[in-house]
Design a protein around this ligand. Structure first.
Ligand code: MN
Length: 198
């Protein structure tokens, strides 16, 4: 423990002495007077140095995603009907969720570079950039370093054989098929919430 708290009361007089000594040192003085003043000045300085308040402990950096913050979801889907269905389902479980919509992979990458998300629902067939390509690019970092490992859930039409493999190969984490059941959606959301807390 330092002397700082004990010496704190001496800071104002030490400051005054220092100022006064500095003032006098700028006037014509005998060598003896100068010596004397310099000693006083050094003492005052020493008190100030020893009574320096401890540097404030820096406040912990705010967590990027404090637990309990609303889940930020990006829905990537070109078909408006499917968009609305998914949004309506998401709304059922909305506890302050934040949902953005992109109409194709290129738009999704733009969203990811602009803001931070926790989860992506990714349609597969889309114009401009499909879900496979978009996922590969996110995993390569094109959606920003914060999204390299973001959970990506493929939303596939029907049960095309090999779809699941292709999705996982592209870097998606899981898949649900259309029409989306609220149960499968809830399972995904719960998993992501748990992943965020753990
Ligand atoms: Mn589509």
């Amino acid at each position: 423990m330092s002397d700082a708290p004990l010496l704190a009361d001496f800071r104002p007089p030490a400051n005054a002495i220092l100022g006064f000594a500095d003032l006098l040192l700028n006037t014509p003085l005998t060598p003896e007077q100068r010596d004397y003043l310099e000693t006083i000045r050094a003492c005052a300085q020493e008190i100030l140095r020893k009574s320096e308040p401890a540097p404030a402990v820096p406040a912990p950096a705010p967590e990027e995603k404090p637990p309990g913050a609303p889940l930020r979801i990006l829905v990537v889907e070109d078909n408006q009907v499917n968009q609305r269905l998914l949004l309506a389902l998401l709304d059922r479980y909305s506890q302050g969720k934040h949902v953005d919509v992109a109409h194709h992979g290129g738009e999704a990458l733009e969203h990811l570079r602009r803001a931070s998300f926790d989860l992506i629902f990714m349609d597969v067939q889309m114009p401009v950039m499909d879900g496979f390509e978009c996922t590969r690019r996110i995993r390569q970092g094109e959606g920003g370093p914060g999204h390299l490992a973001i959970p990506i859930i493929a939303v596939t039409a029907g049960a095309m054989r090999g779809d699941r493999e292709k999705c996982l190969e592209a870097g998606m984490d899981d898949y649900i098929s259309k029409p989306i059941s609220s149960a499968s959606l809830k399972t995904i959301l719960d998993q992501v919430e748990r992943g965020r807390q753990g």
